[in-house]
Design a protein around this ligand. Sequence first.
Ligand SMILES: Cc1cc2nc3c(=O)[nH]c(=O)nc-3n(C[C@H](O)[C@H](O)[C@H](O)COP(=O)(O)OP(=O)(O)OC[C@H]3O[C@@H](n4cnc5c(N)ncnc54)[C@H](O)[C@@H]3O)c2cc1C
Length: 474
Amino acid sequence: MEAANIQGSQQLNAYDFIVIGSGPAGRRAAVQAAKIGKSVLVVEKGRRVGGVSVHTGTIPSKTLRETVLNLTGYRERGFYGRAYRVKQDIAANDLTARLQMTLTHEVDVLEHQFARNGVKTMLGTARFLDTHKIEVTAPQGDTHVIEAEKFLISVGTRPHRPDNIPFNGASVLDSDEMIELTHLPRSLTVIGAGVIGVEYATIFSALDVAVTLIDPQPNFLSFVDHEIIEDLTHQMRDRGMILRLGAKVDKIEMEGDWPVAVLADGRRARSQMVLFTGGRDGATDTINLAACGLTADARGRLKVDPKTFQTEVPNIYAAGDVIGFPSLASTSMEQGRVAACHAFGIPMPPPPEFFPYGIYSVPEISMVGMTESEVRERGIHYECGIARFRETSRGHIMGLNSGMMKLIFSLKTRRLLGAHIVGEGATELVHIGQAVLNLKGTLDYFIENTFNYPTLAEAYKIAALDAWNRMPRH
Ligand SMILES: Cc1cc2nc3c(=O)[nH]c(=O)nc-3n(C[C@H](O)[C@H](O)[C@H](O)COP(=O)(O)OP(=O)(O)OC[C@H]3O[C@@H](n4cnc5c(N)ncnc54)[C@H](O)[C@@H]3O)c2cc1C
């Protein structure tokens, strides 16, 4: 493994900008600063650059999802029935082979991007010595002291591992371990119905693994529009998934090799494997925050100015999952870019009001703007329009018998307030809604414009017409 692109005598001891952590926030910040002529060093403690996003989070889970959907023939089951499979016996190595190819490609692209832009990288664990100095301990144990004018802390998160869960790396796993499976379980209990839990639960259910999903809250993914969750819940139950909501896990017992999740209400979920996805903690414990005058909260997260990503120490910025919500690769990249621009005095326009949220469950979900509950809480008079994918010709061609889009419009201004989608292509389709929303477009955009035919994007027109039918005529 190539340890770093700076070594020994070539090494600078001072940079304009040091980025700690090479995930989406660090990557984008480093390239942005390099593009305006700054000397930049990225320090990464993992074996290769890319962060959680490339190695254990976004890209692995999305590659796994795509592989599962392809090998199972899941997308074709509308035509050929639930028993249809492209590959009969799917094993763990069928899933990991494709993962390795994707990851290698991602890392190559990133290393090339750093090299092209003159960003230096160094493998090792960084810790602050003071506000302008860090010490990097390389994997072989040698240390380097390096100075910089400005810093970005983009160290991300690691899975939260509570004491009452007996993680063993084999049958009780966290989400980082899930991508290293050596065999596929016949049954799986997922504890935690957040985004990661719901994604993995539905991906394994698509593989015909018997899945139980447990969460202490009675409602899961409560930031998503309720009708979208109702649709998802219906599809999950229809596939035979067991949902144990409003049920806290007291402990996990072992029955032979099989873990059993024991719930506070006395129920038990026995399965071949347990995946615990109860949140993630900021990975700030290795960077010696005290030396630079910063403190993290109880979950290891840092506080920043939400517009500039500057911490309380003016030359130190923080971005990405280490600052908390929304904890997405997509938003982390943008935060990194904004932080680098602010650090070096590049004026930035204010960010758009709304960003999209993508949940790569099976079926996938995406949303932008306000949910119906938020619109109601704000007292806005509104109307909704619904389109079902089975109403579109593209849906017929694809054999879709599920999938829906919900658009919410203001009755007063006719402006689009929110777009919510569950079903095939949701995470791509949402960007049309995002553009209209951020450009302050109205219902009339969808009514008056022609959409390619046959496409799922036609659902925008159908949903808008559905709302229009119930709206007062002006
Ligand atoms: C299973 C899963 C699925 C996800 N799916 C999606 C998705 O579909 N879409 C989406 O937008 N987001 C998704 N996310 C979230 C996304 O991965 C994160 O938002 C993103 O990775 C955060 O980027 P980051 O820049 O904060 O750093 P990270 O990607 O978390 O990387 C931080 C890096 O810092 C390094 N580091 C830590 N401490 C030190 C130190 N002391 N010195 C040097 N280096 C250090 C770490 O080794 C790591 O490589 C998912 C996350 C998970 C876990």
